[in-house]
Write a protein that binds this ligand. Structure first.
Ligand code: TUI
Length: 310
């Protein structure tokens, strides 16, 4: 089996999370220039905007980068074609099954790495020709499945022969080691990059990550069948209170509509959706992307023999 670095032509087996409205050309190029795989996230952005992001990213890095296509986007189909036309090397997908697009991407020579939250979808993606699979646990920020990284990663590893990349709950070296112990061949990191100098988000968002503790996140959106992990704030508490009372979905959606943008661009502490993973509680300083990646992998091979178990 090809390792992830060879497959993607990168130096560290690390993919940056495809964070909607956050992972733009600035963050993606910083991660790629530092030796990981940077991603531009489509979120629900228009194809025109994504085309511009891809072109800007090409100007900022000679290294490979990818595009994360959020499949609930109304533009998913158009963007699926755009990545082919723009010669994007790697595509990851989230929040759905990329089934209908996989053949066209493979024909265009694109490396396809779907994000899954279950064994069933992982197996289906392998059968459809995926090159690798990102297995995301419920510790992750944003839209999530039910299973933890600890429980899900080894179950997928046992059922597929393509490389597995672990996501959700990975922000330091111990968690990288744990992911590899579970059989993963790479990691995807999102939340840790929110606290990077290069992350193009409002200073309030970064500050909330630094202030977060272990119990700082909760899950909204369960009633709408789109669970989303966010930092607790007025909006999130209000959402859960109304959901508990059985308020109609349309009312609940009024709270979440546009709330990620409010968090990212305005730093709106009351009404914003500050998506973040459970590892937010571990992140204590803003660092350059290059340093975050170095800290995750520096001397990691030395640790392999330091686990005194018996
Ligand atoms: O996609 C993500 N994380 C995201 S997407 C996003 S934008 C958004 N905002 C509000 C509501 C919904 C989306 C914010 N964060 N992570 C990858 C991921 N994919 N996690 C879980 C899944 C997933 C879940 C169910 C993938 C496939 C799936 O089932 C599809 C099927 O057809 O079986």
């Amino acid at each position: 089996m090809k390792n992830i670095c060879e497959l993607l032509n990168i130096e560290y087996p690390l993919i940056q999370g495809g964070m909607a409205l956050i992972a733009n050309h600035l963050l993606a190029s910083a991660v790629s220039n530092a030796g990981g795989l940077g991603l531009i996230a489509t979120g629900a952005d228009t194809p025109e905007k994504i085309k511009e992001e891809i072109r800007l990213c090409k100007k900022l890095t000679p290294k490979p980068f990818g595009v994360n296509i959020m499949l609930m986007s109304p533009y998913a189909k158009e963007i699926a074609q755009l990545v082919i036309d723009e010669g994007v090397k790697v595509v990851t997908t989230g929040a759905g099954s990329p089934g209908p697009f996989l053949n066209a991407w493979k024909k265009a020579g694109i490396i396809v790495i779907p994000v899954v939250a279950s064994v069933a979808l992982a197996k289906r993606m392998e059968r459809s020709g995926a090159d690798a699979i990102i297995v995301e646990g419920t510790e992750a920020g944003g839209h999530i499945g039910d299973l933890t990284t600890m429980a899900l990663v080894p179950q997928v590893v046992d059922e597929v022969s393509i490389p597995v990349i672990a996501a959700g709950g990975i922000a330091d070296k111990r968690q990288v080691l744990a992911a590899f112990a579970l059989g993963a061949k790479g990691v995807q990191v999102g939340t840790a990059f929110l606290a990077s100098m290069e992350a193009p988000i409002h200073a309030n968002y970064k500050q909330l990550i630094l202030e977060a503790n272990d119990t700082a996140t909760i899950v909204t959106g369960r009633q709408a069948k789109a669970p989303v992990r966010v930092l607790k704030n007025k909006m999130a508490r209000e959402y859960l209170r109304l959901a508990e009372q059985g308020v109609a979905l349309e009312e609940l959606e009024k709270l979440t509509l546009g709330s990620l943008r409010k968090a990212v661009t305005q730093g709106d502490l009351e009404s914003g959706s500050f998506m973040a993973g459970q590892v937010a509680g571990m992140i204590k300083e803003i660092k350059p992307v290059r340093e975050i990646i170095k800290d995750l992998f520096d001397k990691i091979n030395d640790y392999k023999n330091k686990l005194e178990i018996l």
